[in-house]
Design a protein around this ligand. Structure first.
Ligand code: ZN
Ligand code: MN
Ligand code: MN
Length: 291
């Protein structure tokens, strides 16, 4: 089976443009927003837009299981503030509905910040928001919990905690995980060598389970191991480096997991360049003796 590799693509203009942008970049997997990610308001999806999106996706030949939506930036599902929490939970419910209308199987969400109220309180809120959204939006869209870099007060950077949260999510079949390699590395999980990647995925299997893994955000890291900094970098050029990126990409690909890049665009490289690099690392299977 060909590797599913792609990047986050823009919906600027209209939502169905995501597919055009993905095709243009040679993506065989992609991530998108279903709305402006910087505001609370979302325009209702009309039937024309959802039909255009579905038609383009079908024509693209991209596997419908290799795409996901990402939640907007403002919601905080672990918020101790009642109004903030309600708004955030409502946004997640709405996103699950929108994905259902668009035929997108997964919505990736960050786990939020408890803002000083403590991990237990934050997790209680989060689980309530997650389960509420899965219950309210009656479709089969799966909510993917994304591990975090471990910034102050953030929930879900520890794989044990991520597993605990997932265990409390109901119905279980509506939940999975999106593993971000940059976030894991920033949270202290080494990924620089074949051996350390194997160990980190071993911990993932122990605490979460590979069967729960649906998407990998393949990002190199600008900050060092355990920096707790959420700074993505070009594939192979960051602190994780080529050997680690190759091992992580291969591990995911062997399990049929789509690899989605959220790497910067600058004078060094653009999305096409980073996708090419990821494919090159996947193709050089003999090189590091991977497998
Ligand atoms: Zn994310
Ligand atoms: Mn990510
Ligand atoms: Mn990030």
């Amino acid at each position: 089976m060909a590797a599913k590799v792609g990047c986050h693509v823009s919906i600027s203009g209209s939502i169905d443009m995501a597919v055009d942008n993905a095709v243009q970049r040679g993506c065989t997997a992609f991530q998108m927003f279903t709305r402006n990610p910087r505001g609370w308001h979302a325009k209702e999806l009309d039937g024309q837009v959802t039909a255009a999106f579905r038609t383009k996706l079908k024509e693209s030949g991209i596997d419908g299981d290799a795409i996901c939506a990402h939640m907007p930036y403002l919601p905080n599902l672990a918020s101790p503030d009642d109004a903030g929490f309600s708004k955030s939970a409502a946004t997640l419910t709405d996103e699950v509905r929108r994905c259902g209308l668009l035929g997108i199987p997964y919505v990736v969400t960050h786990l939020g910040s408890h803002l000083g109220s403590g991990e237990e309180a934050g997790m209680d809120r989060l689980v309530k928001g997650l389960n509420g959204a899965a219950g309210a939006a009656k479709n089969d869209v799966m909510i993917l919990l994304e591990n975090t870099a471990g910034q102050k007060n953030s929930v879900g950077s520890d794989l044990g905690q991520l597993g605990d949260i997932l265990d409390r999510c109901r119905p279980a079949g509506r939940f999975g995980v999106c593993l971000d390699t940059c976030h894991a590395f920033a949270a202290g999980y080494d990924m620089r060598t074949k051996k350390s990647v194997k160990e980190t995925f071993g911990l993932f299997e122990e605490h979460v389970g590979m069967d729960r893994l649906k998407i990998v955000h393949l990002n190199d890291a600008k900050g060092e191991l355990g920096s707790k900094r959420d700074r993505h970098y070009h594939i192979g050029l960051g602190e994780i480096g080529e050997e680690g990126m190759a091992a992580a990409a291969r591990t995911a690909d062997r399990n049929g997991i789509p690899l989605i890049l959220e790497t910067p665009i600058d004078e060094k490289r653009d999305d096409v360049g980073n996708i090419a690099k990821a494919r090159e690392l996947l193709a050089a299977r003999g090189a590091g003796g991977a497998r």
